[in-house]
Design a protein around this ligand. Structure first.
Ligand code: 5AD
Ligand code: SF4
Length: 438
């Protein structure tokens, strides 16, 4: 029996798919490369933007044909899209060949659901049924990096964002559970730990004994052995001085912060309910740069939020140049039903399109300028694996999270090497290995 998983969206979903894979493997399924060979196909979905959602519904529709060829094929839809209000009903009516619908917080029901589907029963459940990660095996797929959830959900209610509605209220995983998983990963030879949460900086506010994110970083940072610690995502309003100081203090913690800004205009930030101003963000990033030399600050930015004027947009471009992000995920605002911004007056598509093109071009210039300063210098890189886009080329990341391509033996995956950068496209860096870890 074989399984295939389509994963859409963010790292949170990538990691949830490792849990899904773990559950299916315990049930006797094994991974296959082609969806056509599968006995069970899982869609782990995302609904952050409309484009994502439309694409996924298209892919789910295609399963109808596969089911005609293999009537025993079990189709599962889970994750953020199925958790939206009315989505389970919509799937039931328009995609009746789907056997199982689960939400974001009830993966613990997957085994029971698959057993029901094997008996030809439908299983639709999007209730909140909290589970402990420790209850399942995980089939990890991202060695040498191991993802570790530290908190779930979000309480921020940015006015454009669907996440708080589909991922529920914020809650932290107990410190001991997080530490046990980190120890396990390091014992198994993982060389990079990435802590995951919608808002990692508010980790612990709902736990006893004054546990907070800085304390968690310290506990992991002081563990012996060579490894890297990363985390995402930070909310600018909650990133404390204490956290910046801890990053500076422990060499294992990467000088890299993903700090979504969304907009460079104070008025738009206010309408987004981000709870910081343009000036707050600029002084925060100045402080980070002063305390963490060579830091890579990455971000998410949106254009075309309701009411965004030309002047607001210029403020965004100006902020992009001032901060000098090492990379930025740039998005066109997408109207999401159920969010406050849905009811605001929307901008025409042509305006959004023109702005996203300009934004991407501006960020590319910034990235290119940073890349140029890297040429001729040496960086420590953790070898991740082959870069599937180029033949016989391996890749890995610098501490600041820039991807570097180079040639080396495949046996070096999971090892640290020093790479001298020889040339740079705008975002892509090419180099040669000059020293290996002993
Ligand atoms: N439209 C466009 N982008 C969005 N994001 C979140 N909600 C929306 C939306 N409605 C972006 C934000 C966030 C990233 C994960 O996705 O920039 O940081
Ligand atoms: Fe969405 Fe804002 Fe929460 Fe991030 S902080 S998940 S953008 S509501």
């Amino acid at each position: 029996m074989k399984y295939f998983i389509h994963t859409y969206g963010c790292q949170m979903n990538v990691h949830d798919s490792e849990k899904i894979a773990g559950i299916l493997e315990e049930m006797g399924y094994s991974l296959c490369d082609r969806v056509e060979d599968a006995d069970i196909v899982v869609f782990n979905t995302c609904c952050i933007r409309e484009t994502a959602e439309q694409k996924i519904y298209g892919h789910i529709g295609a399963i109808k044909k596969l089911k005609r060829i293999n009537p025993h094929l079990i189709a599962v839809v889970c994750g953020c899209m199925s958790q939206q209000e009315g989505a389970a009903q919509r799937i039931r009516e328009s995609y009746p060949f789907v056997d199982i619908v689960l939400g974001t917080s009830n993966l613990s029901l997957l085994k029971e659901a698959v057993e029901a589907a094997q008996r030809k029963n439908k299983f639709y459940n999007v209730d909140f049924v909290p589970y402990k990660e420790e209850d399942f095996a995980q089939a990890r797929s991202s060695y040498p990096n191991g993802w570790v959830n530290i908190n779930y959900g979000c309480n921020n209610f940015c006015t454009y964002c669907i996440v708080p509605y589909v991922r529920g209220r914020e809650h932290s995983r107990p410190l001991d559970d997080v530490m046990a998983e980190v120890h396990r990963l390091l014992d198994e030879g993982y060389k990079e730990i990435t802590l995951l949460g919608q808002n990692v900086n508010s980790y612990g506010h709902d736990l006893p004994d004054g546990v907070n994110f800085a304390r968690l970083l310290r506990e992991i940072g002081q563990l012996p052995g060579k490894f890297r610690l990363r985390f995402m995502t930070s909310h600018p309003k909650d990133l404390s001085d204490e956290v910046i100081d801890v990053i500076a203090q422990y060499p294992n913690i990467c000088n890299n912060i993903h700090l979504p800004v969304q907009s460079g205009s104070t008025e738009i930030l206010r309408r987004m309910n981000r709870r910081y101003t343009r000036e707050d963000y600029l002084s925060l990033t100045e402080k980070i740069k002063a305390k963490l030399p060579d830091v890579g600050i990455t971000t998410d930015i949106m254009v075309g939020f309701p009411g965004e004027t030309d002047a607001d947009f210029e403020d965004t471009l100006d902020l992009v140049r001032k901060v000098g992000f090492s990379s930025a995920f740039c998005f066109v605002y997408s109207r999401r039903k159920g969010t406050p911004a849905y009811n605001m007056e929307q901008l025409p598509y042509a305006v959004k399109k023109e702005r996203i093109t300009k934004l991407i071009a501006t960020q590319n210039e910034v990235t290119k300028a940073i890349s140029a300063t890297m040429v001729g210098n040496r960086f420590e890189v953790l070898v991740e694996g082959e870069n599937s886009r180029y033949k016989d080329t391996m890749c890995g990341r610098t501490e600041s999270n820039r991807l570097v391509n180079f040639k080396c033996d495949k046996s070096l995956v999971g090892r640290f090497v020093w790479v001298e950068i020889e040339r740079a496209g705008s975002a892509t860096l090419w180099g040669k290995v000059v020293a290996e870890e002993k």
